[in-house]
Design a protein around this ligand. Sequence first.
Ligand code: GLC
Length: 472
Amino acid sequence: MKTALLVMIALAMLASVAFAGEAAPANPQGKKYEANWASIDARPTPAWFSEAKFGIFIHWGVYSVPAWGPKGKYAEWYWHDLNEKGGPTEKFHNRVYGKDFDYKEFAPMFRAEMFEPHQWADVFARSGAKYIVLTSKHHEGFCLWPNAEADKAWGRPWNSVAVGAKRDLLGDLSAAVRAKGLKMGFYYSLYEWYHPWYKTDFAKFRDEHFFPQFKDVVTRYKPSIIFADGEWEHSSADWKSAELLAWLFNESGCGDDLVINDRWGKDSRSQHGGYFTTEYGQVGDGVQLAAGRPWEECRGIGASFGYNRNEDYDDYHTTPQLLRLLVELVGKGGNLLLDIGPTADGRIPVIMQDRLIEMGKWLKVNGDAIYGTSAGPWKKPPFEGGCTVKGNTLYVHVFKWPAGKLELPGLKGEVLGVEMLDKGLGTIKHEVRRDGGTQVLALERPARWDPSVTVVAVRMKDAPAVDAPPAK
Ligand code: GLC
């Protein structure tokens, strides 16, 4: 009896060890990642990311209080730009706050008193985005969660629970976003412009600040995405990034769905890590994206990431422009991470809510042509628009209908049928003809179309493919 009991206890213990292993499924396949790029790079980016296509970036921090930058510049760089003597930010600051007003005095003003995480999450869900990335800490070093390291070297509260909002902004938003069934991730800046140790003792900064802080935010919130940034002043070897990422995959307890980006050292953009990132159309340091890796373009609705009060109506992209951007990126095989900059009192500016919700209306009808698709068969579509593919369907996204017929030369294989994806727009006529050796699909302009993007679904017998363009 006693032995049986002992056996049962031993079995229960074993089961709980196995369960603990399951609860931390960093390596569901039992793979152990090593602290080098070859090993880290071998981890595939989880498929959900490439299927999701559309995410929302949120830049929110102490910089959201002054919320100002010259037009066309990043407002979240306020503190940095303030130090440019005689520059526009210093002039603005002196006029509005006075020259003795220190940047740190903005922290108690970052109060987020209007912040309703469920209202934000509702807007996100309505937008059709599938994942959210919030700045847990930007280059200013201020943390949106209660982190001990944030305050330590400064000797003053420098996180949102200790000062200002007095609230775990990252935790509260994570819960609300996940409750809507969306993936939650965060942005994290490796460097901090003015951290007391960063310039004077980099090893101390890395070992006693960066590492423990990063591990804290990861283990608390178990993100689905980590968007690292601020890596460019040191090599990934100096940051010990591969070591940290091996910890992340092997031990952090994050789920299998964890996705990381490529900003882990000045040698890593478009080269190492998870998916590759571009920003306002720029690819990291001009290096071309390596083929076969998922990638994501990020940008704001205007020209900043953090809220810029200096921007006007005309500085914001319209909904059709944003939808066309999404189509162009997805048609090339990428994702769009569209940024919003909430205000210091915790609101998403109404114009940003409008853009997101309007995009969502289009996606609700046309989502089949976006989610889970892959790049279109043409390098450059032969009309004003973009193409995506799913199974044997070619989605033709038309931005502007030509006066005559819209012609798609070079499409190979049998066309089974053509239909408008938005059934409310009625039907569309087509013809297939041969032009020499080339098959041409011609679409007649429909009676009604969507002024943003009209999607025509071309059902093919086999997977859509095109003739190689004639050699020049
Ligand atoms: C940058 C900027 C920044 C922004 C980011 C987003 O490198 O420094 O302000 O957060 O990229 O991609």
